[in-house]
Design a protein around this ligand. Structure first.
Ligand code: AMP
Length: 277
């Protein structure tokens, strides 16, 4: 049975009744197979899985899609039920921010200034602030986040380490459509033509990552992006697995952000760099 709660008081009551480890999956709703994978991975380990559904105003900049972000609570609940989720916490704005916008917030540090942070000022501060609040409100022992939002995952790990938060953070690999497109709630904004163009992102990452040499990785990925006129890249970056500088060899990450029509998409893949490849 899945219990839906909206207020922090009802959430606390549901948590008081929970036994065993509390596993949490945080989402903004409009749930898809990527979110469901997180729930399934959580469920494999923990009997009690809690899903939060909250479109956090704090992490949207002016002109971004806060107002039109898809809100599909009935379908989301059905998905959570099907995955054996124990509790869904779908708070209103005032349940999360009872005093209005918080005056004390998270500072993401240098890792928050590159890539997404450079394109979306304030985004990571807003994201970390709500993640910290939800970790506390849900009393999470373990929380699951997708590698789809790789920099977000890295920052959450960092916050938990730097601030001694008592939760374990688990990353889950990106779930993709069969043709490679990374699942995203924002994919539903895409017209059929834009969806076709958007495939250039995952193709660029895949074919770039298949190269071993750093210069070839970037050149191949860049070429694929530039050949798709429907895609306006924001950045294409090759980094270390920790988002620091790319190593000469070993584990690395290739990340892309681009606009397709009015929709901003991000994606990334792991890769291994090889000396003299
Ligand atoms: P969102 O609702 O977009 O805030 O995402 C909620 C959680 O689901 C985050 O931890 C995301 O990284 C994760 N997520 C979103 N899309 C995917 C995907 N395609 N594969 C794996 N995890 C995902």
């Amino acid at each position: 049975m899945t219990t839906l709660v909206h207020t922090r008081a009802d959430l606390a009551a549901a948590l008081d009744a929970a036994t065993g480890e509390i596993a949490v999956v945080m989402t903004m709703g409009a749930l898809h197979e990527g979110h469901r994978r997180l729930m399934r991975v959580a469920r494999e380990r923990s009997a009690f899985v809690l899903v939060t559904i909250f479109v956090n105003p704090l992490q949207f900049g002016p002109g971004e899609d806060y107002e039109r972000y898809p809100r599909t609570l009935d379908d989301d609940l059905a998905a959570c039920r099907a995955e054996g989720v124990s509790v869904v916490f779908a708070p209103g704005r005032d349940d999360v921010y009872p005093d209005g916008a918080p005056s004390v917030t998270m500072h993401p540090g240098p890792l928050g200034e590159i890539l997404e942070g450079a394109s979306r000022p304030g985004h990571f501060a807003g994201m970390l602030t709500v993640v910290e609040k939800l970790l506390m409100l849900t009393r999470a022992d373990v929380a699951y986040f997708g590698e789809k939002d790789y920099q977000q995952l890295a920052l959450i790990r960092r916050m938990v380490r730097d601030l001694e938060l008592p939760a374990e953070i688990v990353g889950v690999p990106t779930v993709r459509e069969e043709d490679g497109l990374a699942l995203s709630s924002r994919n539903r904004y895409l017209s059929p033509e834009e969806r076709r163009a958007a495939l250039a992102l995952s193709r660029a990452l895949r074919e770039g990552a298949a190269q071993g040499d750093p210069e070839a990785v970037l050149a191949v990925a860049q070429k694929i992006l530039s050949e798709e006129p429907g895609v306006r890249p924001d950045y294409l970056a090759l980094t270390g697995a920790d988002l620091g500088p790319a190593p000469a060899e070993g584990p690395a990450r290739l990340l892309v952000a681009a606009r397709v029509g009015a929709t901003r998409l991000i994606d990334n893949v792991p890769l291994t760099l090889l000396k003299g490849a």
